[in-house]
Design a protein. Structure first.
Length: 167
C-alpha cells in the first residue's frame, strides 16, 4: 500500500511539473509596485488607496472610478430615497439583496472584521464588493483585479476596505 501511495504521489508531482502547475510563492507587493498611501475623497466617501491610482470619469454611471496598473476601484452611492424602507435595512440584508439583484447564484454575504462583502469570480477577473451604510446612503466599493493577482492583493483589499469612511 505504501508503494502505491508513493507511486501516486510521484505521478501527481510529475504531472503538475510537466503541466506547469507548480506551486508558486506569492510575494507581498512592495511600495515600488503598489505605491505610497494616498487618500481619495468624493461625494461622501473617503478611500485609502495609493498614489499609483488615478481617478477617471466613469462611462457606466459609477460615482467614483479609480485605476492603477494592478487593479481598479469603483464606488456606487445609493441614496436611501431610491427605495422605501432602504434606510432601515441592515448591511447584511443590503448585501444579500445586491447579490440577488445582480444574479450571482451561489454567493452569500460574508462578514469579516466588521465588513460586509461578497466576492464574485467572473473567470479572469475577481471582484471584492464591500458595502457601507452612511447617514443617507449605502455605498458599494468594489476592488477589481485579475484572478491571477488575487493572492497578492486580497490582504490589501481588506486593509483598504477597513479604512473606508462614509458620511
Amino acid at each position: 500500500m505504501k508503494k502505491f501511495i508513493s507511486l501516486i504521489a510521484l505521478i501527481l508531482s510529475t504531472t503538475f511539473f510537466l503541466s506547469g502547475c507548480t506551486p508558486r510563492i506569492m510575494v507581498i507587493p512592495d511600495t515600488d509596485s503598489i505605491g505610497e498611501t494616498k487618500t481619495f475623497t468624493k461625494d461622501g466617501i473617503t478611500l485609502l488607496l495609493t498614489d499609483k491610482f488615478v481617478e477617471k470619469q466613469s462611462e457606466v454611471g459609477f460615482d467614483a472610478y479609480y485605476v492603477s496598473n494592478f487593479c481598479g476601484v469603483v464606488v456606487l452611492k445609493e441614496e436611501f430615497t431610491l427605495e422605501e424602507g432602504l434606510a432601515e435595512r441592515s448591511l447584511e440584508d443590503y448585501v444579500a439583496n445586491l447579490i440577488e439583484n445582480n444574479g450571482h447564484k451561489g454567493i452569500k454575504p460574508q462578514h469579516q472584521d466588521d465588513l460586509w462583502y461578497y466576492v464574485n469570480d467572473s473567470g479572469d477577473t475577481k471582484v471584492y464588493s464591500f458595502s457601507y451604510k452612511g447617514s443617507d446612503s449605502f455605498y458599494i466599493v468594489q476592488y477589481i483585479c485579475m484572478a491571477s493577482d488575487v493572492f497578492a492583493l486580497e490582504d490589501l483589499f481588506f486593509l483598504w476596505a477597513g479604512a473606508v469612511e462614509v458620511e
